[in-house]
Every structure is written in structure tokens, then in C-alpha cells.
Design a protein around this ligand. Structure first.
Ligand SMILES: Cc1cc2nc3c(=O)[nH]c(=O)nc-3n(C[C@H](O)[C@H](O)[C@H](O)COP(=O)(O)OP(=O)(O)OC[C@H]3O[C@@H](n4cnc5c(N)ncnc54)[C@H](O)[C@@H]3O)c2cc1C
Length: 447
């Protein structure tokens, strides 16, 4: 085998490419991973990790300010936002080192440069002026997505910015217009307004988080408004007032990164440029797979990781594992967080009963001094099987994983003794029992 020949080439080191490379190496393949920017992709460098770090910093600030609720008297120094950004960057750099360690522990070669197809087995890697050709039996594309701008409002990196630039600002702007009330828009509005920016959040649909349950969306909107964010829904002309704002943050969607020369080798893409794949993560070209955002099925780090592991196994062992994406929890880091999860085909269930448990009735929520929000549960009336959970409240991002496992285990009953007391996860049980009309933790229902 020549030095530039591999079993599998993986393009992109985000969650999809990283999982593909490591899993394929675990299965004994000789792997090379190509990355044109920083190891870790969108998730680590300008997505999941930096947003949640800033969110966590804001939570800590609010906890310190509210510590009087426990009887503390704390005089906190004014915050220097640049210090928080500096700490974020240091932490990200440490995570990146950890990822590099994992790659080298599996003897995965990493080549820095921009990959493009020469033919269906060969890639050219360009790094500055240098060019390298590499060849493999199989190729996994995990090139991800980038922020989409709006017609006539191109990003200029200064006033009109994407989430990537927003996460590197070292000073909180005085005013910001956030266009797009999806998960990223809500998170950005939460973070920037929490650190003192006057934020307007504009969404063209008639509710924030347009794909979310209306009651969850209303609660999130209420909490954002309480925090001082001006929320405008059904808003088609937000940009007319663009001059009023110091920064305009556009978070209306993501578009595929596919400057890989896919048309040269005939890889089919959708009208929007996402790579078409089957349930094995395979493209129409037999030896080429695509995973994560670039495949456009669901734009999350954890689904990208799942697809990466599946594609790696199929590429090494032959197509045997399928992506089902049956149960995918979703979380938004508002304050407090919101989250939801449903069984697949939820809308086909016609005989549904809802139960609800407010955190004001939870002992643990009292202990935490965090009593905003609720858990809502849908069950099938006939079988009593839990079908969906929606949450708004502290630690919803963790609680939703328990809810997911309940739904994934396909059970018809949740039992009291399997939930520790006092815990917030008891609220899942209480909402479920409320749907059954037998929650003992709330007053009798008025009929
Ligand atoms: C602000 C924000 C917050 C988010 N928060 C969350 C969250 O909380 N939870 C969650 O699950 N998801 C979140 N996401 C989405 C998540 O980041 C993505 O779904 C995930 O990163 C997709 O992984 P990926 O491997 O498909 O692509 P990416 O992570 O985008 O990685 C693709 C990599 O490929 C490289 N690349 C592209 N083209 C080439 C080429 N030609 N040659 C070499 N390298 C190339 C890129 O440089 C990049 O490093 C968030 C996204 C954003 C923008």
C-alpha cells in the first residue's frame, strides 16, 4: 500500500467526521481525516460548545445575583465579557487537544487542507500553495453547513453578522437585532440580553421555535420578555429598522458546505445542495457516504455522530446498519431551558391524553429556587403508553434524556419506585401520572 492510499478518507472533523473516523479505525481500517479549518467542526468551534459555555457563564452570573435567595450577601465585581470569551477559547482549545489525542490513539492520520474530488476514489488536498493527492476505497463526506445570509443583507463581519462572529465578540453591543426565532436565535437573544445588550428578536412565523409545541413556545417567549428581550413574531419587515441597531445577527438557517467538486463525480444533491443519502448513509455513488449536516436529514451534533458511526461500519463491513432517527430529543438553551421528545409517528396517534406537572409543585425545584416551567406528557389513552414529553424548566436539557429513554424503551408504564426523591426527574413521572388522572402530588382536578 503506498503512503497516500487509505481504506477510508473522511472529509471534515466535526461530530460526523470525527465519529466516522474513530469508529472505522476501531473496526481496523486505515483512516485519514481531512480538515480545512479547526478540528472539532462547527460543534466545537462555533456551535454547541461555545454557545453553551456562554449560556453557562450567564447562568452563573444570574445565580450569583440571586444568591440572596439562600441568604448570601455577595458583592460581585462587574463582569468583563472579554475574560469570559478568553476562558471559552481556552476551554475549546483544551477540548480540541483531547480530540487530537483520541485521533492519534487510533493512529488516524490528520491532514490539514481543503479536499476536493478528482475522481470517485481520489481527492486533491490543497493547503496554501501545496497540493497532495490521496486515494481510498471508500470516502465519507462530513463537510457540514455554514450560516445562510438573507438576500441583500450579506454578512460583512462587522454590523451584519452570523452566529460564528457573534460568538467571538469581546464586547457586548448596546443594541442587537436577531433575525430568526429558531433555537439558535433564542439562545443568542438569551445570552446577549442577559449580558446587558438591548435585544430585539424577530421571527417571521407566528411563534418562536416554529416547530415546537405552542405552549412551550409561549413559555419561552414569556421568559425572554421578562429578561428584557423584545420579541416580534409574524415579522416580515424586521430589516426595515436595521439602522437602529449596532449589530444585526442573522440566524435564519444553515446551508451545505459542498465545494468538494461533487458534480464532477456525479454525487446527487438536493435543490438546496445537501447530499442525498439512503438509510445506510450511502450516496448514489457506491463507495461514497455522507453524514451529518451535509446530508441534511437533521442538523444536530448527536445525529451527526450517530450517522458517522453507522456510515463507518457500513463502509468497513458492508451495508448492514440503518439510520432510523426514531426518537430525537431537542433542546433550546433559553433561561430556563426548554426541551421536547416524541415517538416517531406521534401525529398518527389519535387518542391522546395530556398530563402536566408544574415545577411550582416540585420539592426539588424549591430546593433549587428554580420553580419556573412545567413538564407535559402525552399518553395513548388505550395502552397508557407515554408518547411525548415537553419541558420548560431548569435542567430540562438533562431531564429530556431520561424522557427519551422512557420512549425508546417502548414501555406502557412508568413506576414510582424507579425515580429518586427529591429529584427533578420525578416531574416526568408526575406529568405521566397526571395524564392517567392519578398524580398524588397535585390538587384534585376541577372538572
Ligand atoms: C450556534 C450553533 C449552536 C448549535 N448548538 C447545537 C447544540 O446545542 N446541539 C447540537 O446537537 N447541535 C448544535 N448545533 C448544530 C451542530 O453544530 C451541527 O449539527 C454539527 O456540528 C454537525 O456536525 P458535522 O460533522 O456534520 O459538521 P461540522 O461540525 O460543520 O463539521 C464540518 C467540518 O468539515 C470541514 N470541511 C468542510 N469542507 C471541507 C473540505 N472541503 N475539506 C476539508 N474539510 C472540510 C469544516 O471545516 C468543518 O470543520 C449548533 C450549531 C450552531 C451554528
Amino acid at each position: 500500500m503506498s503512503a497516500n492510499r487509505y481504506d477510508i478518507i473522511v472529509i471534515g472533523s466535526g461530530p460526523g467526521g470525527f465519529a466516522s473516523a474513530v469508529r472505522a479505525a476501531q473496526l481496523g481500517a486505515k483512516i485519514v481525516l481531512i480538515e480545512k479549518s479547526f478540528i472539532g467542526g462547527t460543534c466545537l468551534n462555533c456551535g454547541c460548545i461555545p454557545t453553551k459555555f456562554l449560556w453557562q457563564a450567564l447562568k452563573l452570573k444570574q445565580k450569583i445575583q440571586r444568591s440572596y435567595e439562600y441568604g448570601f450577601k455577595v458583592n460581585s465585581e462587574p463582569i468583563t465579557f472579554a475574560d469570559i470569551i478568553d476562558k471559552k477559547d481556552k476551554n475549546i482549545s483544551n477540548v480540541r487537544k483531547g480530540m487530537e489525542l483520541i485521533l492519534s490513539s487510533y493512529s488516524i492520520e490528520v491532514i490539514k487542507g481543503c479536499a476536493s474530488f478528482k475522481d470517485k476514489n481520489a481527492l486533491t488536498i490543497l493547503n496554501n500553495e501545496q497540493s497532495l493527492e490521496i486515494v481510498a476505497d471508500k470516502i465519507i463526506i462530513a463537510s457540514g453547513t455554514k450560516s445562510s445570509s438573507i438576500k441583500d443583507f450579506e454578512f460583512d463581519g462587522n454590523k451584519i453578522i452570523s452566529s460564528t462572529e457573534a460568538l467571538t465578540l469581546i464586547q457586548i453591543p448596546k443594541t442587537m437585532l436577531v433575525i430568526g426565532g429558531g433555537a439558535i436565535g433564542v439562545e443568542m437573544a438569551t445570552i446577549f440580553s442577559g449580558f446587558g445588550c438591548s435585544v430585539t428578536l424577530a421571527e417571521c412565523e407566528d411563534q418562536l421555535l416554529p416547530n415546537e409545541d405552542a405552549e412551550v413556545s409561549q413559555e419561552v417567549e414569556k421568559n425572554l420578555s421578562r429578561q428584557g428581550v423584545e420579541v416580534i413574531t409574524s415579522c416580515m419587515d424586521a430589516l426595515n429598522s436595521a439602522d437602529k441597531y449596532e449589530k444585526i445577527l442573522i440566524v435564519t438557517g444553515r446551508s451545505p458546505v459542498n465545494d468538494l467538486g461533487l458534480d464532477k463525480i456525479g454525487v446527487k444533491t438536493t435543490a438546496r445542495g445537501f447530499v442525498e443519502t439512503n438509510e445506510f448513509c450511502q450516496t448514489n455513488i457506491e463507495n461514497i457516504y455522507a453524514v451529518g449536516d451535509i446530508a441534511g436529514k437533521s442538523l444536530f451534533a448527536y445525529t451527526a455522530q450517530n450517522e458517522g458511526s453507522i456510515a463507518a461500519k457500513n463502509a468497513v463491513k458492508g451495508n448492514s446498519s440503518r439510520v432510523t432517527n426514531n426518537i430525537i430529543p431537542q433542546v433550546v438553551f433559553s433561561i430556563p431551558q426548554s426541551a421536547s421528545v416524541k415517538v416517531s409517528g406521534f401525529l398518527n396517534y389519535k387518542n391522546i391524553v395530556l398530563g402536566k406537572f408544574p415545577f411550582t409543585a416540585s420539592g426539588r425545584a424549591f430546593i433549587e429556587c428554580e420553580r419556573t416551567g412545567f413538564v407535559k406528557c402525552a399518553i395513548d389513552k388505550e395502552t397508557q403508553k407515554p408518547l411525548a414529553f415537553w419541558l420548560v424548566g431548569e435542567h430540562s436539557d438533562e431531564l429530556i434524556n431520561t424522557a427519551s429513554q422512557i420512549l425508546a424503551s417502548d414501555i406502557n408504564h412508568i413506576s414510582r419506585e424507579s425515580f429518586f426523591h427529591p429529584s427533578l426527574s420525578e416531574s416526568l413521572l408526575n406529568a405521566y401520572e397526571d395524564a392517567l388522572g392519578k398524580c398524588t402530588e397535585m390538587p384534585k382536578r376541577k372538572i
